[in-house]
Design a protein around this ligand. Structure first.
Ligand code: AKG
Ligand code: MN
Length: 207
């Protein structure tokens, strides 16, 4: 089959969330369904997924999902008490990176990969605010597989309602500006019988 020249859908729709202290733009269907299927399958089989421990409140426990870290040589990442050294880029990750960089204001040198095996896998409330991401990090989040709600809550303002952004197969959420300083986010567990989901958060590590 001839390669597609672009994964973009013609009627691409980009809702921007109108909330204080954040810059969030969701590009639903950024990767067309058949391209997204192909990328999901390649990532599922080719990435060396592992369940890693984290240190939370001084206690070591296993993360409730599988992860991997991919990036330019020497770009390692430390969070929640663990340091991850990068695996090399794969063709499908470079393909995705190339396409999101056509919209992103910055280029990325790394990506954190998360594999949620089912509804019991999750990620707790946090913000992507490590020093090595710089002052106002631009984070590009690409999802494949089961749709999960990406929940955000303001850190300081109780009058600002929470947001639930459904991250569907082939979607691309761009977070920038002060988002990471003012908002926490998570992927909650669910009892619903859900299939697997892969999320990629492209980052630019400064040092
Ligand atoms: O799975 C997601 O959509 C969120 C991932 C995330 O917040 C992270 O990798 O820091
Ligand atoms: Mn995050």
């Amino acid at each position: 089959m001839a390669p597609r020249t672009s994964p973009l859908l013609p009627g691409l729709n980009t809702p921007t969330y109108d909330v204080p202290d954040a810059a969030l733009a969701l590009h639903d269907g950024f990767f067309a369904p058949d391209k997204a299927d192909e990328l999901f399958a390649a990532l599922q089989t080719r990435i060396p997924w592992k369940q890693e421990p984290i240190v939370l409140f001084g206690k070591e426990m296993m993360q409730p999902r599988l992860t991997a870290w991919v990036g330019d040589e020497g770009v390692s990442y430390t969070y929640s008490g663990i340091t991850m050294d990068p695996h090399p880029w794969t063709p499908e990750l470079l393909f995705i990176k190339h396409h999101i960089e056509t919209i992103s204001p910055v280029k990325f040198n790394s990506v954190l990969l998360n594999f949620y095996r089912d509804g019991q896998d999750s990620m707790g409330w946090h913000q992507d605010q490590e020093q090595e991401l710089g002052q106002n990090p631009v984070i590009a989040s690409v999802s494949f597989g089961a749709t999960r709600p990406f929940q955000l809550k303001h850190k300081y303002r109780e009058d600002v309602p929470r947001i639930d952004i459904p991250l569907s197969h082939g979607s691309f959420l761009l977070m920038q500006g002060p988002t990471q300083h003012h908002w926490r986010h998570r992927i909650p567990k669910t009892q619903k019988p859900l299939g697997p989901r892969i999320n990629l958060t492209f980052r630019n590590i400064l040092f």
